[in-house]
Design a protein around this ligand. Sequence first.
Ligand SMILES: [Zn+2]
Length: 202
Amino acid sequence: MGIEESRNTLIQTAREFYQRGWMLGTSGNLSIRTQESPLQFLITASGRDKGSLTEQDILLIAENGLLVEPSSLKPSAETAVHEKIYGHFSAGAVYHVHSVSAALLCHLHRNKSKVTFSSLEMIKGLDIWDPKAIVELPIVTNHAEIPELASEIIRHSNSSTPGILIRNHGLYAWGKTSFEAKRHVEIFEYLFQYNIGLAMLR
Ligand SMILES: [Zn+2]
């Protein structure tokens, strides 16, 4: 996928996620890797309405969060987290959303360091094909200092689950491609809503 196509994918995906209520109030950030070595990726700018991003709101970033092209806008405050995830996993896209269900799930599991999901057909959408598989999604503490948050995410993530929850904050999910990262966000959101619904039935 070329840079312009990736820019358009980010604009379109942000609009869809915004419409689903996962990126309200300018929250969240999405990125797509455009070059592996040295790393370069496109990321949404900070403080922009995710329902109506334009091409100028998608910034090209090199290592250490440096802007490749001049812009008056700032890259997302959480750019360092994206960079760490690209460095650690063979990800092609990293998507971060602030959904109500992610925050509620953290509240439901407030004394735990992970939430598990099993016996649901939708788990296959995470590329986990064993019907007996138990998916472990880590929950990490939220940190205001982004480098600290990035280290915490890398320390607690596991290679078999393409995502992590930040307590009372939101979800990070990634994939080999932008298509896969989007699917993973959608599957996690389904699992969150199922888990919350189940707790309400009890
Ligand atoms: Zn965030």
